[in-house]
Design a protein. Structure first.
Ligand code: IPE
Ligand code: IPE
Ligand code: MG
Length: 246
């Protein structure tokens, strides 16, 4: 599989909706939290696989704004898992050239989570092999409202001219300002929806859905998705013949 991938045609940014932990666990007669724990192995695989082939940015949807509405025990379990995973993995990320970023409403996370994340972002800040962007307490509608409100404030303060608001200005006010838009979006576990994830940034992304539950997702599954992406024709509104001429 790996040798079929064209290293010159890699997506610059892959975004993943890691779904199906609960169903995976249930199928095995286990607690949902067990599924989340096993999902950490898949995260490791995907980070390693991305670094190996040379992808520069991956965004993982780890916890949505809507996920706060889950039972308290699951939310607490997820937050604890996040803290312990970041604590355990920070050194490995550092060693492997991975730089950690968080997008989302960090202020809504428990203080110990924020502390752990800030520390990991700090120890990895000089890395540039791969950006690992965790979407935590993230929702796209939240992000878009936030960006709009910040732009409006700047106009009000005369720091920004109304006539200067364009796509670039808007992008600069999103949490993903420093990253290229994802070119490939993967969702595991068979659901065909976006669930409030990167609505603006995914405007022209190729979408890839797989029935594999997240805890079963391995490097090979990532490579398969990339191969599938590389075999698509991205027309951006043009017609096929125009692309062949170029
Ligand atoms: C994804 O798995 C992880 C999070 C949303 C935190 P789910 O927990 O959504 O698993 P399913 O979809 O219920 O199987
Ligand atoms: C999306 O999964 C959020 C994350 C993967 C973090 P959900 O399982 O929460 O999405 P829905 O509710 O099925 O749309
Ligand atoms: Mg789910």
């Amino acid at each position: 599989m790996l040798d079929l991938i064209d290293k010159l045609k890699l997506p610059k940014h892959v975004a993943i909706i890691m779904d199906g932990n609960g169903r995976w666990a249930k199928e095995r007669g286990k607690d949902r939290l067990f599924g989340h724990q096993q999902g950490v192995i898949s995260v490791r695989e995907v980070v390693e696989g991305s670094a190996e082939i040379g992808i520069k940015n991956i965004t993982l949807y780890a916890f949505s704004t809507e996920n706060w509405n889950r039972p308290e025990s699951e939310v607490n379990g997820l937050m604890e898992l996040l803290v312990s995973t970041i604590r355990k993995e920070a050194e490995t990320l550092k060693k492997n050239g991975v730089r950690l970023f968080v997008i989302g409403d960090m202020a809504s996370l428990p203080p110990n989570c924020v502390e752990e994340l800030n520390e990991a972002m700090q120890v990895t800040e000089h890395n540039n092999r791969l950006n690992l962007i965790l979407a935590l307490s993230y929702s796209s509608k939240w992000e878009i409202c936030n960006a709009t409100s910040r732009i409006a404030q700047k106009v009000k303060n005369n720091e920004l001219d109304l006539a200067d608001i364009n796509e670039d200005t808007f992008k600069q006010h999103l949490t993903t300002a420093n990253f290229p838009d994802p070119e490939l979006m993967i969702r595991t576990s068979g659901e065909h929806r976006i669930s409030n994830f990167l609505l603006y940034q995914l405007a022209y992304a190729e979408l890839y859905f797989t029935p594999t539950h997240w805890p079963d997702f391995r490097k090979e599954n990532l490579f398969e998705a990339i191969l599938n992406y590389q075999n698509r024709e991205r027309r951006f509104g043009k017609i096929s013949e125009q692309l062949k001429q170029a």
